[in-house]
Every structure is written in C-alpha cells, then in structure tokens.
Write a protein that binds this ligand. Structure first.
Ligand code: A2P
Length: 263
C-alpha cells in the first residue's frame, strides 16, 4: 500500500476513525484502529493529521489511550480558522487520518524518579496525556497516590476527564488496579463551580495543600505538567520554588513538562 502513496506520505500510517464524540463546541475526541506494530509509552505524543492536496497536514497530538489499548484515542480543541482542527472537527466514522508512527515525549513515567505522590497538572486539552497515564497499571505500581488536576474555563469542558474517570471506575480490572489511589481535583476559571480559580493560584495560596494533605515537596512528590506555554512556565516556577528539578528521558527528575497546543 505504501508503494501507491504520494511521496510526501511515505512512512506514514493510515488510521481509520472508529468513533467521534463532541464534548463541547470547543473540544472533541475520536478513536481509531491501532496497527499491531505500533508501540508507544503512555503519555507520549505522535504527529497526526489529514492529507490535504496530497500533502500531510500534521500536528502533535498526545495519545489519550493507554499503551495497552487496542484503539488509539485523541482529544482535540476546535479552532475555527486553525489549519488542521477546522478540518479535523468534521471527522466521521470510517474517515482516515494519517500518523507518523514515531511516538515521543517527556510526560512518561520513565522520566520521573520514584516517590509517593504523582501530580498531573493540566489545563484544557492538556489532560490528554494524563488520561492515558491514569489508565496504565504501571502508574499505580510506581505511585501510592495519583492526583489528576484539570483547570478549564467552563464546567462542560471538564466532562471528558470525568467520563474517563467514570470509565476506570466501571472497569472491573482497572478499578482493582487503581484501588482508590486516583483523585481528581478540577477547577473552573470563568464559570461558577464548587472549585474556582487557576490551579497555580491554588498551589500558591495553600488550597491544594489543604485538599491533598501536604504542600508539594521533592521528598514525596513528582509532577507532570501539560498546557499552554504560560501555564507551563507558571507551574514550572512553582515546582522549582518547591525545590524540584526538571527531568527528562535521559535524566529522570522531579517534574516534567510538555506543551499542549494545536491549531
Ligand atoms: P483563565 O480563564 O483565567 O485564563 P484556555 O481555554 O484559554 O486554553 O485556558 C484553559 C484554562 O487554563 C483556563 O481556565 C485558563 O484560565 C487557564 N490558564 C491560562 N493560563 C494559565 C496559567 N498561566 N496558569 C494556570 N492556568 C492558566
């Protein structure tokens, strides 16, 4: 099949869309088949997209499904005039997307040293790598407590994360593995909800420490951060202020960061 592909598409894998769910007017998720030969670590991202005028139009997408899953899942923003997402949001079952099958990224368990608590801080679609990790048994082998945090503008934008947590709770095998170790702390910034404000403010003023029992500490905690550039910088500064050092695949550390953005 590769032989018939236009030159620009050589080395790419064609995936067939198996489901699409629109969560809000700004966000949607979709699943595709997973080629048997395609391996990745939970939390990694790949380049995916569409073929436009015989050329691939690709963006970096976190794989939202865990590494054991038979399907691939992606969670996307819809940007009205975004080159890719303005098209991608019209995906339907049976449509094809293309993927460069080279998963990479630092939001992986291998990039963190051992500790007791794992904090996963996200805003908006930055939750995608974390809904992969919270469905991976290895996360619970390595940490006693996993705290998933997502801050969104509106309450409805929290629905995707809520649905994944509900899926974990209703899955007999996974809920046994998780065994009460997973906690979710969601906040909204522009709509009233039980928890209001940016998580960065929650860390600064002690609300997160109160909710989780102790402030962030390099002795007990590891952190993964995924969101906009400004969000990454603010969270990174808070980790560094707590005495944490940034990790990578080659040199595991206390916290890791990755930008979540497509247009
Ligand atoms: P805010 O409403 O105060 O800007 P977006 O939808 O624009 O990507 O934002 C997603 C969420 O991330 C919003 O709730 C937004 O809050 C929050 N946010 C934006 N910038 C930062 C930041 N620097 N640190 C923490 N949260 C942020």
């Amino acid at each position: 099949m590769n032989v018939e592909m236009p030159k620009a598409l050589r080395g790419m894998t064609v995936l067939t869309v198996s489901s699409v769910h629109h969560w809000t007017d700004r966000t949607f998720s979709f699943t595709t088949d997973r080629p048997a030969s395609f391996r990745f670590r939970s939390g990694e991202f790949v380049m995916i997209g569409l073929v436009v005028d015989d050329k691939p139009l690709l963006r970096a997408y976190s794989i939202a499904s865990p590494s054991w899953d038979e399907q691939l899942e992606f969670y996307s923003i819809k940007v009205e005039d975004g080159p890719l997402t303005s098209r991608l949001q019209h995906l339907a079952i049976g449509d094809e997307v293309v993927m460069r099958p080279k998963p990479v990224g630092t939001l992986v368990l291998d990039a963190l040293t051992p500790a007791k608590r794992l904090f996963l801080f996200s805003t908006g679609t930055g939750i995608a790598p974390f809904v992969s990790l919270i469905r991976d048994p290895e996360t619970y082998e390595k940490f006693d407590e996993v705290i998933l945090s997502q801050t969104c503008r509106d309450v409805a934008e929290l629905d995707y994360g809520k649905a994944i947590v509900a899926q974990i709770e209703s899955d007999e095998m996974l809920s046994e593995v998780v065994d009460g170790k997973l906690r979710t702390i969601t906040t909204t910034t522009r709509e009233e909800s039980p928890r209001k404000g940016r998580m960065t403010d929650w860390i600064r003023d002690g609300r997160l420490a109160e909710a989780t029992g102790a402030p962030l500490s390099p002795e007990t905690d590891r952190v993964m951060i995924c969101g906009s550039m400004a969000m990454l910088q603010d969270h990174k500064a808070l980790c560094e202020a707590a005495g944490m050092t940034e990790g990578s695949n080659s040199e595991p550390g206390d916290f890791v960061i990755e930008k979540a953005f497509v247009d």
